[in-house]
Design a protein around this ligand. Structure first.
Ligand code: PEP
Ligand code: MN
Length: 367
């Protein structure tokens, strides 16, 4: 039995509330899938001006209607300004979160914290206040936002890992850099940290593996964008999945320990955990060996590059040879693809190696 819905915090719903019909139809289908917390953005901080910025208070009315129909459904939305808090209370929102762009701005976070500080936490009607990581990979900035809210008396604080924006991201919309949420977990072992695979992946195909990764790392839950008609979504269309697809994804996510308990003749949880630890050690040992090989091979490769630089210098050839670069890049990608690897990832790795090679060769050319 897959008990992800019982064991983990699962929040799902559209990126944006777009109409009463869209929200209700998505909520009904999610309810059928066992989801009991609906997310929907009503104020949408857009990176560039001119896009759809959410229906604000109007959309909160649609959210309240969902609650009228499904009283045991919790409602969650993003807040970005102090006045959003009062409106969320007016329409019965249970859970609020600070978005990645807000967390990146200490003044904006402080304004929200100051509002919370006006009353003791027990008087606020919210179950949870989550803080998404800032857009940039800066653990201190994430911690800073959490501390501002803690100092304001907010007790039920959680964090959402939604990946980090790097220039030229290719595979992911926002790179996961799992080490950062894991470091946060070490600092706040009792705080719920959930993962938002939708904004990390930016595309549907990546939702399932990212959910699996988050669960395997022991994160406490998932916040996933789901829309009754994803292709027609006004925001983030490529990364939203229909409630049916979400149901399928969640049914496939397994906690490896419980999987072992079910599929083999291991009888106790202790035994399953011990087997998991052994397997983990074995796979990690393999990975360590492979990593050693990778680094050794890289050092050999750069040695060759430096020798080539001397040849180029002796015959007055420039270091960077575009045709050769394209040819090697193409071979690398094709090879990666034939091995079932992601070609974009391969391209990124090759570009990094090549850049370093040009740097080392240029040093030699200058001598
Ligand atoms: C969102 O959850 O729809 C959103 C805008 O996310 P983020 O703040 O992570 O970009
Ligand atoms: Mn979104």
């Amino acid at each position: 039995m897959n008990n992800i819905l019982e064991d983990k915090i699962i929040i799902a719903g559209p990126c944006s509330a777009e109409s009463e019909e869209q929200l209700m139809c998505t909520a009904e289908s999610l309810y059928k899938q066992g989801i009991r917390t609906l997310r929907a953005g009503v104020w949408k901080p857009r990176t560039r001006p001119g896009g759809f910025e959410g229906y604000g208070e109007e959309a909160l009315k649609w959210m309240r209607k969902v609650k009228e129909k499904f009283p045991d459904m919790k409602l969650a939305t993003e807040i970005a300004k102090p006045e959003h808090i009062g409106l969320c209370i007016k329409y019965g929102i249970d859970i609020v979160w600070l978005g990645a762009r807000t967390t990146a701005s200490p003044f904006a976070v402080q304004d929200i914290a100051d509002t919370f500080a006006k009353r003791p936490w027990e008087e606020w009607p919210f179950d949870m206040v989550y803080v998404k990581n800032p857009v940039n990979p800066d653990l201190q900035l994430w911690i800073g936002a959490i501390e501002r809210l803690q100092k304001a008396g907010v007790k039920n604080l959680g964090a959402i890992h939604r990946g980090f924006c790097l220039y030229d991201n290719k595979v992911y919309r926002n790179v996961p850099t799992w080490q950062i949420p894991m470091d946060l977990k070490k600092l706040y072992p009792d705080m719920k940290i959930i993962c938002d695979p939708s904004h990390i992946g930016g595309k549907r195909e990546l939702i399932e593996p990212l959910c699996q990764q988050a669960v395997s790392l022991g994160l406490d839950g998932l916040m996933i964008e789901s829309h009754c008609n994803p292709d027609k979504a006004l925001t983030d269309a490529k990364q939203q999945v229909s409630p049916d697809v979400l149901g399928y994804i969640l049914a496939n996510i397994q906690d490896r320990v419980s999987q072992m308990l079910e599929s083999s003749n291991i009888v106790s949880e202790e035994e399953a955990k011990a087997t998991a630890v052994t397997l983990l050690r074995m796979f990690r040992d393999n990975i360590d060996l492979i990593d050693d090989e990778i680094i050794y091979k890289l050092s050999e490769r750069f040695k060759n590059c430096r020798d080539i630089a001397k040849v180029k210098r002796s015959c007055g050839m420039p270091v960077f040879q575009e045709d050769r670069y394209r040819e090697v890049l193409e071979k690398f990608k094709v090879k990666a693809g034939s091995l079932g690897l992601n070609e974009e990832m391969a391209e990124q790795i090759f570009a990094t190696i090549h850049e370093e090679s040009v740097r080392q060769q240029t040093e030699i050319a200058k001598r």
